[in-house]
Write a protein that binds this ligand. Structure first.
Ligand SMILES: Nc1ncnc2c1ncn2[C@@H]1O[C@H](COP(=O)(O)OP(=O)(O)O)[C@@H](O)[C@H]1O
Ligand SMILES: [Mg+2]
Length: 396
């Protein structure tokens, strides 16, 4: 019997739409000889829908209609399986819509990619593809991930991190005492350049801080590199073994790559395909010397291991052309298009990449199942006589 693979996409995130594109493209490339695919669309208010239409990109022009003709489901453990139950079952319908053996989260951004969906799936003991709860959460927090990388001697730009309740004058004072203008202000956990601003002076900094706080309660401020090159590299594997993909280089069209540059330019600049998210702003392979490529691939693999990643991630690098210094900028634990183009350029077809990711998820699940998670003795038996007030046991 084929393995039932539940593909989860969408969710309450600013990158909701991008996730739909990544997921539907991945679904088209999945190995049908091995897997029966169950697409599960998560709405912006976190309801889950299945049905023939959720895998048809055209239906997303009218989401209200799509939901009307689809089936709302919820995950439940039943008879040793994880099943999808119909939420609004009609009297002639079965309660169980379908079941899944493995979950494949293809979501981007906060509230989903940050460990939220991974934790939800873990509660069902379902094997799931990609980074675990911890790695996903760390990867989403630009500050926490930097600190861990720094601790492990992986080069990152020094930064300052602030919360929304801090006084703006104090934030500006601390930034000016530690970092030279121009600086860059970023919400801690968004993607797609949302809320990111370069500030060349105090006024711009104040404006940038206020703007960033409309997107997140925590922000990060660091030096803005003036002569910047951006190179990305993907890594596939797990804690035991991993490999790095081909590198790509982003071709800037504005001060900061904007959401529009990344997703809406439709290949204008290169006349390139729309097959990946960075259409129009990419050079693949990156036009960099071999030693630099080796260095980036090596740092990418180290980053993957240090953060405890699994499956496919993409690490984005900043290169300061004035100093030739290379910095890890951020990690994407579920990269746009799952970085399939970087792997295809390295000789691995998309189907094979997806199979590898699923195998890694099964491997992790087998390993976890061999570990001890509970003890046969019931500690609460000790409380049977004395009740909760009894002095027999002590909870630390
Ligand atoms: N320190 C920096 N100096 C100059 N430009 C930067 C710096 N950090 C980020 N950028 C620019 O801003 C873009 C978005 O920042 P990034 O940290 O990658 O956030 P996101 O998660 O939104 O992609 C980058 O692709 C790059 O063009
Ligand atoms: Mg980025």
């Amino acid at each position: 019997m084929k393995i039932k693979l539940g593909v989860f996409f969408g969710g309450k995130s600013v990158e909701h739409e991008v996730s739909i594109i990544t997921a539907l493209q991945a679904i088209e490339n999945m190995d049908r000889d091995k897997y029966d695919i169950v697409p599960i669309y998560i709405t912006k208010d976190n309801r889950m829908y299945c049905g023939d239409f959720v895998s048809d990109i055209k239906q997303y022009k009218n989401i209200e209609n799509l939901l009307r003709i689809s089936t709302q489901v919820t995950l439940v453990q039943k008879d040793n399986k994880v099943v999808l139950l119909r939420v609004n079952k009609k009297f002639y319908e079965k309660e169980v819509y379908d079941y899944i053996d493995i979950a494949f989260p293809i979501v981007h951004g906060t509230n989903v990619e940050d460990g939220t969906l991974q934790g939800y799936l873990k509660m069902f003991n379902l094997p799931y593809v990609g980074c675990d709860v911890t790695a996903s959460a760390i990867g989403m927090d630009k500050y926490v991930s930097k600190i861990i990388l720094k601790e492990n001697n992986i080069p990152v730009l020094d930064c300052k991190c602030f919360y929304k309740n801090e006084k703006i004058e104090d934030i500006i004072k601390e930034v000016e005492a530690n970092i030279e203008y121009p600086v860059i202000v970023k919400p801690i956990n968004l993607g797609s350049s949302v809320g990111i601003v370069v500030a060349k002076n105090r006024d711009e900094l104040e404006e940038g801080i206020e703007d960033a706080f409309t997107y997140a309660r925590k922000i990060l401020i660091e030096k803005a590199i003036k002569n910047l090159r951006e190179v990305n590299c993907s890594v596939l594997g797990d804690y035991e073994e991993c490999s790095a993909s081909e590198c790509e280089e982003l071709d800037k069209t504005a001060d900061i790559l904007s959401y529009e540059d990344k997703y809406m330019s439709g290949g204008k600049k290169t006349g390139g395909s729309k097959s990946h998210m960075n259409a129009g702003v990419l050079k693949l392979p990156a036009d960099i010397p071999n030693e630099l490529k080796d260095k980036i691939q090596d740092l990418a693999k180290k980053t993957f291991k240090v953060l405890g990643c699994n499956g496919v991630i993409r690490i984005d690098f900043l290169i300061d052309e004035d100093t030739n210094n290379v910095y890890v900028n951020e990690v994407n634990t579920i990269p746009g298009c799952l970085s399939f183009h970087l792997w295809r350029a390295a000789g691995k077809e998309y189907k094979e990449l997806l199979n590898d990711m699923i195998e890694l998820a099964l491997k992790r699940n087998r390993e976890e199942n061999n570990m001890v998670f509970s003890f046969d003795t019931n500690v609460l038996e000790g409380y049977a006589d004395g009740g909760l007030k009894g002095g027999k046991g002590k909870i630390n």
